[in-house]
Design a protein around this ligand. Structure first.
Ligand SMILES: N[C@@H](CCC(=O)N[C@@H](CS)C(=O)NCC(=O)O)C(=O)O
Length: 207
């Protein structure tokens, strides 16, 4: 039997979309969260010195996959969340990669050590950057007119969309007042029983 072990820190970040996929499809896996203090001795056991990694093992071998979006695509293909047509697949990839680019900017700001600089950058992010991208997403959905963010069926991009907006906590509300299609697409997936259940039972992390 194939076993999955997802290794990441005790936080959401780059691993949460992968956890959402496992939760949505109901696949068992080990959600292995290492402590920051354990990381230096674990780092050399990962393919590229970064987390998350997904370990896939059966009776014969154990394989490791790195890079969160590669893990995401691998699992999406496996569990039927990649999209059905080539165009749907391209759109799911496009949206997920775009959301990831925006999140990288956000994570970069969060790791700024100088508190004053961090606050200034965060302010700019919420005043300019996120408005810029959320209005572009809203325009895309207006044109596309699909039931879900990338297609008329749910793809992993829908799960990425919920993880994306959740990263901004209560701040997302003021964007949703204007970006009403984004809000509806977010709420539709966020209210799915599998997602509600995962959010209820997941460990509280200090993200
Ligand atoms: N592009 C990579 C980025 C992974 C990454 O930056 N991981 C961080 C945690 S969020 C990490 O492993 N940091 C520890 C280190 O660099 O030593 C991905 O998406 O998986």
């Amino acid at each position: 039997m194939i076993k999955y072990r997802l290794v990441f820190f005790d936080t959401t970040g780059h691993a949460e979309l992968i956890r959402f996929i496992f939760a949505y499809v109901g696949q068992e896996y080990e959600d292995f969260r290492i402590k920051e203090s354990e990381w230096p001795s674990f780092k050399h056991r990962t393919l590229f010195g970064k987390l998350p990694v997904l370990e896939i093992s059966d009776d014969v071998q154990s394989i490791q996959i790195a890079q969160s979006l590669s893990i995401t695509r691998y699992l999406s293909n496996l569990f039927g969340l990649a999209g059905t047509s080539d165009l749907d697949k391209a759109r799911a990839d496009m949206i997920t990669e775009q959301l990831s680019d925006i999140l990288e900017i956000f994570y970069g700001i969060k790791s700024e050590n100088n508190l004053e600089v961090r606050a200034e950058k965060q302010n700019f992010f919420y005043k300019e950057t996120l408005w810029f991208y959320s209005s572009m997403l809203e325009r895309l959905f207006e044109i596309q007119k699909t039931k879900f963010v990338a297609a008329n069926t749910l793809t992993y991009a829908d799960l990425a969309f919920v993880v994306f907006w959740d990263s901004f906590g209560e701040n997302k509300k003021r964007f949703f007042e204007v970006c009403v299609i984004c809000k509806a697409l977010y709420e539709h997936v966020n209210n799915l029983p599998e997602i509600v259940e995962w959010k209820k039972k997941r460990p509280i992390s200090n993200n």
